[in-house]
Design a binder for this molecule. Sequence first.
Ligand SMILES: Cc1cc2nc3c(=O)[nH]c(=O)nc-3n(C[C@H](O)[C@H](O)[C@H](O)COP(=O)(O)OP(=O)(O)OC[C@H]3O[C@@H](n4cnc5c(N)ncnc54)[C@H](O)[C@@H]3O)c2cc1C
Length: 386
Amino acid sequence: MDFTLTEEQRLIVDTVRAFVEKELYPHEDEVERLDEIPPELAGQIRTKAIAAGLYAANMPAELGGGGLDAVSLVLAERELGRASYALQMLVERPSNILQGCNEDQRNRYLIPAIRGERHDCVAMTEPGSGSDIRSMSTTACRDGGDYVINGTKHFISHADVADFIILFAATGPEITQSGPKKKITAFLIDKDCAGLTVTRGPGCVSNRGYHQCELSFTECRVSAGNLLGEEGRGFELMGQWLGATRLTVAATSIGRARRVLDAVTGWAATRKQFGQPVGRFQGVGFQLADCATQLEAAELLTLKAAAKCDNGTMTDADAAMAKLYASEMLGRMTDTAVQIFGGMGLMSRFPAERWWRDARVERIWDGTSEIQRHIIARSLLRPYGG
Ligand SMILES: Cc1cc2nc3c(=O)[nH]c(=O)nc-3n(C[C@H](O)[C@H](O)[C@H](O)COP(=O)(O)OP(=O)(O)OC[C@H]3O[C@@H](n4cnc5c(N)ncnc54)[C@H](O)[C@@H]3O)c2cc1C
């Protein structure tokens, strides 16, 4: 086993780190205050990310993307994860699922997304269907050469700034090994489609400037040419790419945790009480030691899952363990950091309270911690017929 980064991987880390520090950090306070990224600023950051070759790093090189393997992508996303989420998401990685596009869809959706000309969002969750995604009630009914869509999605990230939606809808029942279920199909929907309304959702405790929306479909008609993949195979398509998406959450959590640990260690080394730096008190030093150890463990777990992704052996459980452990580690780390910063940790002019709030969502989106544990337990029990 060789843990040394290649020359290319080191270059990726250095380039992304420099971009984050120069182009993203300076805007964090403004985004936090406004709960918005001014559109001109968003455009400038995207343009710079494209010029720096950082955009669409997850997409195949032959289509104009960065063509990074999973390990390199985790390293890049780890560095991006240091910055506040709304800003780092301007260095876009279009949804992996778009790789399921056919030739025509590539030209209309995937390639413009890789070039930064169009932006996607993914709509699965509904008010009545969260973890149990297959219970969704949004329907797409075939009508001649079209599908007619009705239903409501909520919590859909950045639908306010997206140009098109990767929508999952039920297209009828099917019999599966575990009984009758809804047949789920993926569609590509332009946001200006008649019958679709997008409204911003309630304010969220995490990630100011990055909004989630409600989508309402009323007799929204799309051509069968907008079907992504095969009819009824949306669940499989989602599953094919979910692992890689979960590695993104893990990588982001690791990058953020590294920044938090650096900041809180610096504080503990200089903040004096009772005549000595607080980090010298065992009660504080041991907390830092636990944070550092858990961060290292999360990073190794995530890089191992990514290496398995690259050699085609990553399982759902590998990705679930990385997402679960890294996101929970970040939650513990940010809480510990606030404690070590003391009262200052709760003040809004200090980033610790933001890191603490922002960390919370990582344990919920892209499958809650409980769902990750469910996936891991299922993989343990499977060989025993459980
Ligand atoms: C800020 C934000 C952005 C989001 N962005 C998107 C997006 O872009 N696109 C999208 O489609 N979705 C998005 N989501 C939705 C997100 O993926 C869901 O919130 C998540 O999957 C959980 O669903 P839920 O909130 O309905 O909770 P529920 O599924 O109702 O769960 C409630 C609780 O029950 C637990 N639970 C549920 N089932 C089980 C089980 N089998 N075993 C044990 N415990 C269980 C859960 O872990 C949780 O603690 C976003 C959510 C947030 C908060």
